[in-house]
Design a protein around this ligand. Sequence first.
Ligand SMILES: NC(=O)c1ccc[n+]([C@@H]2O[C@H](COP(=O)([O-])OP(=O)(O)OC[C@H]3O[C@@H](n4cnc5c(N)ncnc54)[C@H](OP(=O)(O)O)[C@@H]3O)[C@@H](O)[C@H]2O)c1
Length: 283
Amino acid sequence: MNILITGADGQLGFEVIRRLKLEDESLNITATDVNSLDICNIEEVEKALKGIDVVINCAAFTNVDLCESEIEAAYKINCDGVKNLADVCNKENAVLIHISTDYVFDGNKTTPYTEEDKVNPVTVYGKSKLAGEREAEKCRKHFILRTSWLYGENGKNFVKTMISLSKTKEFLKVVDDQTGTPTSAFDLAKVIYLFINCNDYGIYHCTGNGQAVSWYEFTKEIFRIKGIATPVYPCSSEEFNAKAPRPHYSVLENRKLQNIGKDIMRDWKIALNEFLTERNEIL
Ligand SMILES: NC(=O)c1ccc[n+]([C@@H]2O[C@H](COP(=O)([O-])OP(=O)(O)OC[C@H]3O[C@@H](n4cnc5c(N)ncnc54)[C@H](OP(=O)(O)O)[C@@H]3O)[C@@H](O)[C@H]2O)c1
């Protein structure tokens, strides 16, 4: 089977390659990133997708705050690029596995969002990702996996940032009024692998299982596992004053994954513990 990964140098792309190689050595994997395949360039996409059976789109404009000022670029990558992939996948009769986000919701609920809930993004990032979902849905064979609070070995993420800040700051203040569920990119990559040989196409929520937390509580757990003594104090989103507003509650329920017997996502605390103890050298 011929598999093409876009955005392979990013956080998720890296874990997808690692996971696919572990699961099935016979897969023929082509890893591309913006330098070798710009998903916004239709000619490049047409050329790269010849003979490909499955496209895993890990490419995206993921800087939520920067999206607020770089609106055109956000839509170009998160929507138009996805359209290119969906169009060419249809021509090649290929499967498109696309990744989306909890930020397609406004965060006004107080119980976990299911795939049936109404979307209403409040940021440019969320809106551009939702527009991308609409394009991905036009691919006959599509999977859209909405995930949240992703961390992995490669690239920048919240876990690494907090550990790094603990080394230079006397204390940390972390937002305590946004609730979500951390997700191991390595676990998400396993679900992506399971979808390679599956035809239950559609939109799925795919996040870590277990008790939802705030960023503050997430930080406390990271520091507990790592034995970091730097004090952490809760603060409000208002006090943190990020450029883009974040949903206050963006917990996703993996309901459809459960229904098809593919919810292998671990409790986020177990996955985090493994990440922080077994891949210690990178942190
Ligand atoms: N990170 C999170 O917490 C989170 C949460 C929910 C959902 N998601 C979704 O999960 C997916 C993976 O996110 P991630 O954290 O792995 O993101 P990431 O680390 O930012 O990786 C994205 C990759 O895409 C590349 N890229 C950008 N523009 C491209 C283009 N035109 N063509 C090809 N590649 C391009 C980036 O290259 P450059 O770095 O050179 O730009 C980067 O290597 C995304 O769809 C994201 O929206 C992420």
